[in-house]
Write a protein that binds this ligand. Structure first.
Ligand SMILES: [Zn+2]
Length: 67
């Protein structure tokens, strides 16, 4: 689920049933959580893409020197 998909859903909000609306709320909460988790990733290994919350000296996945 992406922001764009949720915006499309919101465009049709007045045609939604209560059930659809509840489902949309759950989707928005899920997306927000995903985005917040993603924003904590400050560094990604340029070789393998392994994600870190801070820049390590070596990638623990592929062993590349990151200094
Ligand atoms: Zn790596």
């Amino acid at each position: 689920m992406t922001k764009t998909a949720i915006k499309d859903e919101i465009d049709g909000i007045e045609k939604m049933t209560e059930e659809d609306f509840d489902r949309l709320i759950v989707m928005i909460k899920g997306l927000r959580r995903t985005l917040l988790e993603g924003s904590k990733i400050l560094f990604k290994c340029p070789r393998c893409g392994n994600a870190y919350h801070s820049k390590p000296k070596f990638c623990s996945n592929c062993g590349i020197d990151l200094t």
